[in-house]
Write a protein that binds this ligand. Structure first.
Ligand SMILES: [Fe+2]
Ligand SMILES: [Fe+2]
Length: 179
């Protein structure tokens, strides 16, 4: 009985440590990306669907969180501010690629949207070279030229993981306007 209580306490302690790490990552994303998260255009992305019924806003926030998680887990030292801001803006194309009016864009969406996102982001923010690289290359190998910094590689990996989970409906789903 004592042994069972001991293991239960150990498991609870591990869960609490994991939750504390997740809270710290969310806090870091909010801190480094505050101006982006609070901007009107970024908030508009909750109206747009990414995969399944996951909104673009939720998708980019998840990619930012997973990017930080990957860099921590694999102990990859990097510019965390650029990592988070690049991840938040990597899909800043500001339209719903499923809408009929974008049907022509939708055909090439995979190829074109990194350039459109970069152009939109550059109009509103002073982006560093790393942040530009993250946005521009996140669809590699579609972009042909591979990412040239580790931050862009991390976001590219996190984006693919999140997209796969969303497509397979394995991520928690969020309806439009429900965030
Ligand atoms: Fe994308
Ligand atoms: Fe994405």
């Amino acid at each position: 009985m004592v042994r069972r209580i001991f293991f239960w306490e150990q498991r609870e302690a591990r869960r609490e440590r994991r939750r504390a790490k997740q809270r710290a990552i969310i806090e870091e994303v909010r801190r480094e990306g505050r101006d982006i998260l609070e901007s009107r255009n970024y908030r508009r992305t909750r109206e747009h669907i990414q995969h399944g019924d996951m909104t673009v806003q939720r998708h980019t926030m998840d990619v930012a969180r997973y990017s930080v998680f990957i860099s921590q887990k694999l102990r990859i030292s990097c510019d965390r501010q650029a990592l988070i801001r690049g991840a938040l803006l990597h899909d800043y194309f500001l339209y719903d690629w499923h809408d009929k009016e974008h049907v022509n864009i939708a055909r090439l969406h995979g190829f074109r949207h990194p350039g459109i996102a970069l152009k939109n982001a550059e109009q509103e923010y002073d982006l560093t070279d790393r942040e530009k690289e993250i946005i521009e290359k996140h669809m590699w190998p579609l972009t042909v030229v591979p990412p040239m910094c580790r931050e862009a590689w991390i976001v590219t990996a996190a984006d693919k993981y999140c997209s796969l989970m969303e497509t397979l409906h394995l991520h928690k789903r969020y309806k439009r306007n429900k965030e």
